[in-house]
Design a protein around this ligand. Structure first.
Ligand code: FES
Length: 504
């Protein structure tokens, strides 16, 4: 039996990048038919990779033979393959319910933390209270650290990934794996695809898509009522269904910031983290029924409603530092400056019960997903926020052959997520991280960056470049970069609002 595999499945199976497979196809060393390759052709095109991972391939083949044998046996016994799928869907529903319960528990824990902080305690009860508080904090911390993956789980995940239904979207021809414990919408977002959606709750109908082939099963209640015409054409809600076979869906995806509507979303404080004297990381949680739809690299207006006294709401605009593949949690990097009331309020007055009103998103500093080029990212200081979002998005799409990040600041401690960048550098063979420190003067910063680019990239012809830095530095860099070979349409600039100033 020869198995047809999507490019993502093939890449996962033999442990290479998707772009390696695309390269073989372009070189006519691997045949592709309607976006799939055949396992035997894959072994010929990647003899070494298959050899190295031979046990895995053999396991897969044996697993599949056994599965086919069991299916045939099971049919002889009168069972139908659909019943297996239905059992899987039932388990998935239970998992989805558990996930919702876990989200509620998380909110409950957050509220309890807040209650502890607000509790007025009699001095005689201090010791007992502190004991309970410390026990509670340790218990919460160990819960958060319990996300370990053992090698056995990792193998199970690989097999699971391989066998999970595969979703193809038309007309984009994007594809992704649908985890049966998630809805089609959740899996698409986690894979970095900007599909349309609204309530995430089966009510608004914005996530509707036409099922062109394959089977789905509803796992979440939906109130939206389809017209007879929609029903006859096979429309489904992606936020309420999961795939039980490989499927093809017709649906629109956002390709530019113009395709993302302006939204107003109320978000709660999930976490604040003072990274150093100059930067705080604020994480906000959006409700399940009101996720913020945005593209990586965009920014948003935040209004903080202070609950105490007669203080007026404080408004500021920040780039979103997290990836759209994590729509529940939004991350912001807040530079602390004496003259910025928003930053000071976040540092000094914020309570976990406070909420923010988010309006947006804005900005067109977004990834050109159609480009086959490698990527260079340059961040000045907290310009790292939109760059982080873009990098995480590019990683989830697995589209770029190489990614190089230059993070520039005046001093070593201003690389406030240095460990994260190093871990990308260590874990990904196509990722390079260069840390640059220099004086905060426009010409010095520009010279320093250009020197690195000259030394590390002989030309920039096949690169897309994304720079988040103060406007006057961007202005100076443009002609220098063009003289180093980059096409102007491949340069993307974001003028950062906050962060370390650079002198002219
Ligand atoms: S997103 Fe509203 S119905 Fe699916």
């Amino acid at each position: 039996m020869d198995r047809h595999l999507s490019l993502s499945q093939a890449a996962r199976l033999i442990g290479v990048k998707r772009t390696d497979i695309q390269k073989k196809i372009q070189e006519n060393k691997l045949k592709v038919m309607e976006g799939t390759v055949v396992l035997s052709d894959l072994k010929i095109a990647f003899p070494d990779a298959v050899y190295e991972d031979n046990t895995m391939v053999e396991k897969m083949e044996k697993f599949m033979k056994d599965a086919v044998h069991k299916m045939a046996q099971s049919e002889r016994e009168g069972a139908h393959i659909d019943s297996l799928s239905r059992r899987l869907v039932k388990i998935s529903k239970e998992l989805a319910d558990e996930r919702t319960r876990a989200e509620h528990m998380e909110e409950l824990i957050d509220s309890m933390k807040q209650k502890f902080l607000e509790l007025k305690i009699h001095p005689e009860q201090d010791n007992r209270f502190n004991e309970i508080k410390s026990w509670f904090n340790t218990a919460v911390q160990s819960l958060e650290e319990e996300k370990l993956t053992t090698p056995v789980e990792s193998l199970k995940n690989q097999i699971k990934q391989f066998m999970l239904p595969h979703v193809r979207l038309l007309p984009s021809r994007h594809d992704y794996i649908s985890d049966k414990s998630e809805t089609l919408l959740e899996s698409a977002l986690r894979s970095g695809l900007a599909v349309d959606y609204g309530c995430n709750n089966g009510k608004c109908g914005k996530c509707k898509a036409k099922l062109l082939s394959g089977k789905v099963e509803q796992t979440v209640h939906q109130d939206y009522v389809f017209s007879e015409s929609d029903k006859s054409q096979g429309y489904i809600l992606t936020c309420s269904n999961t795939a039980i076979t490989d499927i093809t869906l017709e649906t629109e995806e956002a390709v530019s910031s113009d395709d993302i509507p302006l939204q107003t979303v109320i978000a709660k404080v999930k976490k604040t983290q003072q990274i150093n004297d100059d930067v705080m990381i604020l994480t906000l949680k959006t409700p399940r029924s009101q996720r913020l739809r945005f593209l990586a690299g965009q920014h948003i207006e935040l209004t903080l409603d202070i609950k105490e006294g007669n203080q007026k709401p404080i408004i500021a605009e920040y780039s979103i530092a997290s990836c759209p593949c994590e729509p529940a949690n939004l991350e912001f990097h807040i530079p602390i400056r004496a003259d910025e009331p928003f930053a000071n309020a976040v540092r000094d007055n914020l309570k976990s019960s406070d909420s923010f009103t988010l309006k947006g998103p804005h900005g067109s500093f977004v990834l050109n997903e159609d480009s086959p080029n490698s990527l260079i990212f340059v961040a000045w200081d907290t310009g790292f926020a939109p760059i982080k979002s873009l990098i995480e998005h590019a990683m989830s799409l697995e589209q770029a052959e190489n990614i190089h990040l230059y993070w520039m600041t005046t001093k070593v401690e201003n690389h406030y997520l240095d460990n994260l960048c190093r871990s990308w550098n260590d874990a990904l063979d196509n990722f390079t991280y260069t840390r640059i420190m220099c004086e905060a003067k426009t010409d010095v910063v520009a010279d320093s960056l250009m020197k690195h680019l000259h030394d590390e990239h002989s030309h920039l012809l096949n690169f897309d470049l994304y720079i988040a830095a103060p406007g006057h530095l961007n202005h100076l860099l443009k002609p220098l970069l063009i003289s180093h070979g980059i096409k102007s349409q491949n340069m993307h600039f974001e003028s950062i609002f906050h962060g370390d100033e650079i002198q002219d």
